[in-house]
Design a protein around this ligand. Structure first.
Ligand SMILES: Nc1nc2c(ncn2[C@@H]2O[C@H](COP(=O)(O)OP(=O)(O)O)[C@@H](O)[C@H]2O)c(=O)[nH]1
Ligand SMILES: [Mg+2]
Length: 344
């Protein structure tokens, strides 16, 4: 599989802030546009190619987040390593990433997408709004160095302004856009997020209109839209690629996620900054904002300067992160024990 090459600039290289790496004679650079079960598709100056990990990079990977993910820049061989597919030699340093806890029992991170400038959290006027879930996405984005925005889609069906009002009242502070993927209303504002070759990833429940929005931004009906179980069968859609070029900019359509278990704690303070700010006045530096004396957060809550809903949400995420960190410690201990018993 190959096609005409795509310049690194069209793929968003300019935003990466990396010096062009020194390549050996038979090496090239590409960006991961889709990942499926350990195989990848890369786009770059040498075309669109299937690729797999070269053994050397497999040996370097400690956990799943070291493996290539959609949005990654990679160095690859120019020739197939198994008669068919190129070999990915190295994943270049990520400038940002969206991480969540992988499904399964082991506490390991999964990269949903990398080198993303803006994460568009898409909700729609015909689906229930789950503020807790939105806050999870916000923490996930901020924690990975990605700027979040909320996109309220299907505003043509009515009710968009009310949702916007609800989110603002709750204290959510990121930019909010009202869109209709069926008309050009406000899509221009979302398209501006792509200026300068930025990478915009869309996330949110299935059915909210992510793929329809991506198709609009790309200007081509490339992605399958409609109900998830139809899998696009019988529709005249072409690719199952997740990363697409919008010119300017790059759009990533993530598969609908039903839940996001947070991994990065870094975003918590940014998303709940009214709580973080109030906490500066707590009597104890390690105050848990539950029932300690001199807690400025519960006091702010009592006189309604902080919404109690937000505090409940914040404390639930804190608890989850604490559990994750305990689990992680236990997991790493057991991994060490296994390694030690193997080496004796
Ligand atoms: N009325 C209306 N329907 C939309 C809009 N955007 C998407 N849809 C429809 O919603 C359904 C799900 O869209 P899709 O893009 O597949 O959602 P995804 O699962 O988030 O990728 C499709 O039938 C779309 O035609 C919109 O802005 N307004
Ligand atoms: Mg879709």
């Amino acid at each position: 599989m190959s096609s005409e090459g795509t310049s690194l600039d069209l793929l968003g290289w300019g935003r990466q802030g990396l010096a062009y790496p020194e390549l050996r004679e038979n090496e090239g650079i590409g960006r991961v546009v889709v990942e499926h079960r350990g195989a990848y598709e890369l786009m770059g100056p040498s075309g669109l190619h299937e690729a797999i990990l070269a053994t050397s990079s497999r040996e370097q990977a400690d956990d799943p987040s070291d493996y290539p993910a959609v949005g990654d820049w990679v160095i690859h061989t120019l020739d197939p390593i198994d008669n068919r597919r190129l070999g990915i030699i190295k994943v270049l340093p990520r400038r940002s990433r969206v991480l969540r806890r992988a499904s399964g029992t082991a506490p390991v991170p999964q990269v949903v997408g990398s080198n993303i400038d803006v994460l568009g959290i898409v909700v729609s006027t015909d689906q229930e709004i789950d503020e807790h879930l939105i806050e999870r996405y916000l923490v996930t984005a901020e924690g990975g160095g990605v700027s979040p925005v909320i996109i309220i889609n299907k505003s043509d069906l009515g009710g968009g302004a009310e949702i916007q009002e609800l989110l603002i009242r709750r204290g959510i502070q990121c930019p909010i856009f009202l869109t209709s993927a069926h008309s050009d209303e406000e899509l221009g504002e979302v398209a501006k997020l792509l200026s300068g070759g930025a990478t915009l990833a869309l996330t949110g429940a299935s059915g909210v209109g992510k793929s329809t929005l991506v198709n609009q931004l790309v200007g081509d009906p490339v992605l399958a839209t409609g109900s998830v179980d139809s899998e696009g069968a019988g529709r005249h859609t072409t690719v199952r690629r997740e990363l697409l070029i919008a010119t300017p900019g790059v759009v990533i359509d993530t598969p609908g996620l039903r839940e996001v278990q947070i991994w990065d704690e870094g975003g918590l303070e940014a998303v709940f900054n009214e709580i973080a700010e109030a906490a500066l006045d707590c009597k104890f530096a390690d105050c848990s904002h539950r029932d300690e004396p001199g807690c400025a957060v519960t006091a702010s809550c009592a006189d309604q300067r902080i919404s109690s809903d937000r505090l409940v949400s914040y404390l639930a995420l804190c608890r989850e992160l604490q559990e994750l960190s305990d689990e992680l410690e236990e997991y790493q201990r057991s991994q060490r024990r296994r390694r030690d018993s193997r080496s004796t």
